[in-house]
Design a protein around this ligand. Sequence first.
Ligand SMILES: NC(=O)c1ccc[n+]([C@@H]2O[C@H](COP(=O)([O-])OP(=O)(O)OC[C@H]3O[C@@H](n4cnc5c(N)ncnc54)[C@H](OP(=O)(O)O)[C@@H]3O)[C@@H](O)[C@H]2O)c1
Length: 240
Amino acid sequence: MPARTEVSSADRPRVICHMMTSIDGRIVTDGWPLAPEGRRQYEQIHASYAPDGWLCGRVTMEQHFAQGTRSKAEVAREHHGAARADFRAPGQHRSFAFAIDGKGKLAWATNDLDGDHVVAILSERVSDEYLASLRERGVSYLLAGGREIDLSLALTKIGAQFGVRTLMLEGGGSINGGMLRAGLIDEVSVLVGPVVDGRVGTAALFDVEGDGVQPWRLALEAVERRADDTLWLRYRVVPR
Ligand SMILES: NC(=O)c1ccc[n+]([C@@H]2O[C@H](COP(=O)([O-])OP(=O)(O)OC[C@H]3O[C@@H](n4cnc5c(N)ncnc54)[C@H](OP(=O)(O)O)[C@@H]3O)[C@@H](O)[C@H]2O)c1
């Protein structure tokens, strides 16, 4: 059981990047020869943090949680006017699923993922029609950035508007890389499966875009052998 640590900054939630990887750092788990008990460790560790919510990139949400994507023509209709207000859907929501979807590509038919309320994190480029369709479906949204998502602003809003103090960042590699590059990850929780993946070109734990990427130093906090020969590694990110 990890130690409980309060938010690292008064302005944003504490962020734990929690992922399952192969021993070669890959994260697309389809077809991995793991026992059900091994796979279950991921959710069990997630629950042990007692988080207020979790956050994923657009690709992960599209593949596993959303109901597809909007057409290219719909996404291409962009807003160029004044800033709009954020929207919090009515109702009592205790846990949240945040989708980083700057261009508003994701189609949502439900505002609930196994008890977690869906919140889209959007840029100001998304159309009024898209915002109206989210409101109709009871999907909350936060506008965080002009053309691109401002990840720091998104986290500040997640904390301020939804009361989130502990947030699990759960992939994929691209959003993990963006958050790391922005210095917004406090802890890395890796569940290493007893698997060599080896598929060149598939997503890795951190895929950091752009030039001049500097390696980050981590401090090992705990190591634990879990069911099905999985290994749980917990690191603190050492601030630069
Ligand atoms: N093993 C695990 O624990 C685990 C967990 C989660 C996911 N996964 C796997 O990871 C794979 C997907 O990983 P991925 O790296 O391809 O995709 P991803 O990180 O899920 O999503 C990438 C997308 O998120 C948006 N995005 C990323 N960084 C951003 C930033 N800094 N600002 C604004 N938006 C940003 C962009 O959307 P737009 O292109 O729309 O702009 C980008 O294309 C899937 O196969 C999934 O199964 C594994």
